[in-house]
Design a protein around this ligand. Structure first.
Ligand code: ZN
Length: 138
């Protein structure tokens, strides 16, 4: 007999220097931090200590726009919708929750629709401090 069970193991997660800066900026300032590579100009989000494109550690921290455009999305029944959001006009792409107002049907979504970051009213230094991106109402 095989029984399927789930166990929960409490643990502490060390976010590292860049991850901590990113989460602190979300919590304290409602700012999305990224980094621009001084070697290849690649912009990345979240903030990292090295460039994922060329591996350089010569990066400049930057605040990214809290507005963007919907690139792609999926609905996970029971868990909500998730989307790829392009920050700003041609900024980096972030995978995060998509908040769809009740007045908007999933079938009405289109690539390029404007979205705005929605931050938690009770931040706690977690990625959920950025609750998601709200699709603009009709
Ligand atoms: Zn680079």
């Amino acid at each position: 007999m095989i029984r399927e069970e789930k166990i929960q193991i409490p643990f502490n997660f060390a976010a590292g220097t860049s991850g901590s800066r990113f989460l602190t900026a979300l919590r304290d300032s409602q700012v999305i931090l990224g980094a621009k590579c001084n070697v290849c100009t690649h912009v990345t989000v979240p903030l990292k200590s090295f460039c994922p494109s060329c591996c350089s550690d010569d990066l400049a921290e930057m605040e990214l726009p809290a507005k963007g455009r919907l690139i792609s999305w999926t609905d996970c029944p029971g868990r909500g919708a998730f989307a790829l959001i392009q920050l700003g006009d041609k900024g980096p792409i972030l995978l995060h929750r998509l908040i769809i107002p009740p007045s908007v049907m999933l079938s009405e979504l289109n690539p390029g629709m404007p979205v705005t970051a929605h931050f938690s009213d009770s931040p706690k230094g977690h990625i959920s401090d950025l609750q998601g991106f709200v699709i603009s109402e009709k």
